[in-house]
Write a protein that binds this ligand. Sequence first.
Ligand code: ZN
Length: 259
Amino acid sequence: MKAPMTRREVLRGLGLIAGGLFLAACRRQAAPVETIGKEAATITSTPFEGREAMIEGIHWIGHASFRIEANGKVIYLDPWKVKQAKPADLILVTHGHHDHLSTEDIARIAKPDTVIVIAAPYANQVQGDVRPIAAGQTMTIGGITIEAVPSYNTNKPNHPRSAGNVGYIVEIGGRRIYHAGDTDLIPEMSAFRCDVALLPIGGKYTMDVKEAVEAVGRIKPKVAIPMHWGEIVGTAKDAEYFRGHMPEGVQAVILEPEG
Ligand SMILES: [Zn+2]
């Protein structure tokens, strides 16, 4: 029969386990090095300080359509052309254009208890647990804080301020993610506080890439993700320009559309 371990043996065993975990953690942190923008940046896995943690769970469906998976919740923003339909806890819609408000896509991802937050003027276009919202209002739903912010054109007719369109700042798990909707560069952006900014760069209906770079300078997120390119307007070249012109302290991440 094996004698029971002495206290010293137990402590030594624990020490070996701790050492192993420490080495594993170091290996995980040291490995991924990637060139982002003009500078090479080392990615670390420190929660909410590194780029990886910032973009974790943020899936670009394409165009202005995103799915965020965080804290066990599934959140869709302007779902459009969704291929991987996951049951949504929350759906946020910025405005009524067909590439942002798609009742067909909403029907595919909605479950009986899905909450749909939508810019108030379009609330009657969707069915279910619908919560109309206007810029300046904040709601908390299932532990997720949703702040609606202004979103409008300043030099084109497509999205007048009077339309009541919104952008969203979603706070979940201590991270603030801003989805701009179809907007131009607007003065209110200087007051937006977020960790991750999802910004249109396509021009024509929204700000163009140079204006989007200026928006980043005003908002000062940790990570900026270009959207509203690759479909309808905006090219991969625009996305590359965006990534190459980030102000100091901001990392741009170009996501692959996942559908
Ligand atoms: Zn639009």
